[in-house]
Design a protein around this ligand. Sequence first.
Ligand SMILES: C[S@@+](CC[C@H](N)C(=O)[O-])C[C@H]1O[C@@H](n2cnc3c(N)ncnc32)[C@H](O)[C@@H]1O
Length: 339
Amino acid sequence: MCEPLLSVNRSPKDEEQEGRVSLHDLKPQLADMREEVLAGLAAQPRRIAPKYFYDKRGSELFDAITRLPEYYPTRTEVGILESRLDAIAGMLGRGNVLLEYGSGSSRKIRLLLESLRPLAYLPVDISREHLLGAAEALAVDYTWLEIHAICADYADGLELPWRPPPRAGVDVPITAFFPGSSIGNFERPAAARFLAGVRRTLGRNGQLLVGVDRRKETAALEAAYNDSEGVTAAFNRNVLVHLNRALAGDIDVDAFAHRAHYDEREGRIEMHLVAQRAVSFTLGGESFDVEAGESIHTENSYKYAPEEFRELAAGVGFDSVAEWSDPQAQLSVFLLRAQ
Ligand SMILES: C[S@@+](CC[C@H](N)C(=O)[O-])C[C@H]1O[C@@H](n2cnc3c(N)ncnc32)[C@H](O)[C@@H]1O
């Protein structure tokens, strides 16, 4: 989560050597976090929003998940981007502003940067330290790239804190990138609202390249979220470590076990933290009593059939103008354009 504002003042020398990085910290409010988390924990069933996974440690653990043999989404999406790069880059076009939602370590964007030669890159992420580290690493490797790192909650409807001046009186088109199947973390109606917000943020001539995990057989899905090394379990439990620190809590993290299963009817993976015994704790000044066996629902990851996703996008005014998939049809990358 973004903590109080820390601005980055790079000297002209740094900028010259390492490209240009500006941090725009929109400071998702700590007060909102407390209210949202406490309301979720008091609800039945209890829940914590997945965005709270991502403190610095959570971002590192997510990176470790992407390297696991069971976790097919990252290597599948990277494979699609690599193998279809010419076609994708040809359709996206060069010289746009490149905005990435949930940029994390900004690894996948590296596959596109040389081909797209964007005017500027705007990574958006809630995990501020990780965002800044990734932006600075990118600036070292792409010295020609202007980077505006935006620490924000993208679910709130993003107001861009920086836009390039119009060229010849015309706004520079914005190309957005939303990889990692993170759209699946929204309930289906919320995914539609999110896409509608993206369309507003992008404005005229905006386009969105988005990675979407597809419905598939239960065994492959459940293996991906229950890895044998226990990294996903550590990632799931780390949300409690983050909340203890951010909201002065005393949750016994070890009292909760990781559970993930696929609900085929809903077409979603659910992640839970299940109390192994009765647990009492305080958080943000409130007290909670969780019974043995009770669960806290920490994440949904909705899966889509391609036609289902195209319909969702069309419902908020996006045409799906291209779709690329892998040979096993595990994941699709869609290019959406405003109708
Ligand atoms: C599943 S990871 C994907 C990372 C990377 N894009 C990839 O494809 O490997 C989700 C990323 O989105 C960020 N994130 C999650 N919820 C967010 C929110 N509501 N607003 C902004 N960033 C968010 C996390 O910090 C994390 O870096």
